[in-house]
Write a protein that binds this ligand. Structure first.
Ligand SMILES: NC(=O)c1ccc[n+]([C@@H]2O[C@H](COP(=O)([O-])OP(=O)(O)OC[C@H]3O[C@@H](n4cnc5c(N)ncnc54)[C@H](O)[C@@H]3O)[C@@H](O)[C@H]2O)c1
Ligand SMILES: [Zn+2]
Length: 368
């Protein structure tokens, strides 16, 4: 079997993302072909994922990799966990040729990439993402890191994987809310760069959300294509890559205001996208029809869960966004459907209006 292969080519790295249902059982063969010298391998995963899919994962490996387990949860995405894993690797005899495999969602994926960036000043690693969010977004592009008490992802490095293998069939065991939240990043990819993807997600929302593996594979592959293109154009996020932050300025503010407990990341981004679309509509960057259509699709991949926050707090939190440069707030706005731009002149008043409009929607949006 050969899945859809999407090349990622940046100034510092060149690798392929392969996407197919059932790919998991072939990862071992793929890795053996990629690394004929047969290095020591370490797989970082969490007990829940390993229990569900460890057996399929091991199928293609002639020699089983050493398993390093980390409990699931964002609270473990810390330097202390990276240190513990590095010590375990050293104790087990990992050397500079050893290879790490992240077999997990984005939390462990980011952390494993960072572990690989630092272990013996940098070793190779492979991503085998198991959530929609990780397959669409976090496993690609080389951003790795951990959280600090002061904020999310504040400590990390750019370190690209050697390859990414995304088995879309493993999404069948993902909780429904995680699937829907992850797919909001695909809606985002469509809005910023790929009208055909957006239209597909609109027309096939029921099939995609029912977990139809062909439909899911299409959506994930097309989203990866968007991310690969954006990252190729701007690896270190000085321009184009910022487009991936559509919905994230207010999304991150909502996550911070609710202490990361009320909403999943994609759910917060969905709210943030609605607000950004509102600003774009008021600036006549999108028509009312386009704004309504985008809102409808975002809600189709909801439900958008209710949350409590104060508009003033949300606006204040956007000023602290780590994407801001030299005090000016960057904001991504759609231009029609399939294009977007980064602006730096969204005023606090405009943002307050958008946040208020978003907060007013909450009561109506509790169900799909
Ligand atoms: N590096 C990047 O460019 C980038 C981009 C976006 C997000 N991120 C990061 O990604 C993280 C979020 O990742 P996530 O949404 O994948 O969350 P996650 O890794 O926490 O996974 C969500 C939950 O699903 C479970 N799970 C994973 N795969 C499963 C499966 N197939 N079946 C059943 N359960 C499964 C996990 O154990 C976890 O409990 C955040 O830390 C965020 O900062 C990074
Ligand atoms: Zn995101």
């Amino acid at each position: 079997m050969t899945g859809t292969i999407i090349p990622v080519r940046t100034a510092s790295a060149s690798y392929d993302v392969e996407i197919a249902p059932g790919l998991l059982a072939e990862v071992g063969e793929r890795v053996a072909a990629l690394l004929p010298a047969g290095p020591r391998m370490f797989v970082v995963t969490s007990p829940g994922i390993w229990a569900l899919h460890g057996e399929a994962f091991l199928k293609g490996f002639a020699t089983a990799p050493t398993v390093l387990e980390v409990p699931a949860g964002e609270q473990h995405k810390r330097l202390a966990t990276v240190e513990r894993l590095a010590e375990q690797m050293a104790e087990a005899g990992a050397d500079r040729d050893s290879v790490l495999i992240a077999f997990s969602g984005g939390v462990l994926g980011d952390m494993t990439g960072f572990l690989a960036a630092g272990y013996m000043r940098g070793i190779r690693y492979i991503q085998v993402p198991t959530t929609a969010l990780a397959q669409i977004d976090s496993a690609i592009g080389g951003k790795t890191g951990v959280n600090l008490a002061a904020g999310k992802n504040l400590f990390g490095a750019f370190h690209h994987p050697l390859a990414v293998y995304a088995d879309t069939a493993v999404l069948a065991t993902l909780p429904d809310a995680e699937l829907r939240a992850g797919l909001q990043e695909a809606v985002k990819a469509g809005i910023i760069r790929d009208r055909a993807l957006f239209e597909y997600m609109d027309e096939h929302s029921e099939t995609v959300l029912a977990g139809d593996v062909a439909a899911l594979t299409h959506v994930i592959a097309e989203s990866v294509r968007v991310k690969a293109k954006v990252v190729a154009a701007d690896e270190k996020e000085s321009g184009e890559r910022m487009l991936l932050n559509l919905g994230h300025t207010l999304g991150h503010a909502i996550e911070a205001a609710t202490k990361y407990k009320a909403l999943l990341h994609g759910e917060a981004v969905a709210w943030g996208m609605l607000a950004a679309i509102g600003i774009a509509e008021r600036r006549a960057l999108v028509t009312t029809d386009e704004a309504e259509r985008m809102g409808r699709v975002i809600r189709a991949y909801g439900p958008l869960k209710n949350f409590s926050a104060n508009v003033g707090d949300l606006v204040a939190l956007t000023a602290k966004d780590k994407k801001n440069r030299s005090g000016s707030r960057s904001f991504v706005l759609p231009i029609g459907i399939g294009d977007a731009t980064v602006v730096r002149d969204v005023s606090p008043a405009e943002l307050t209006d958008a946040a208020e409009a978003m907060m007013e929607l909450r009561g109506e949006q509790v169900t799909a």
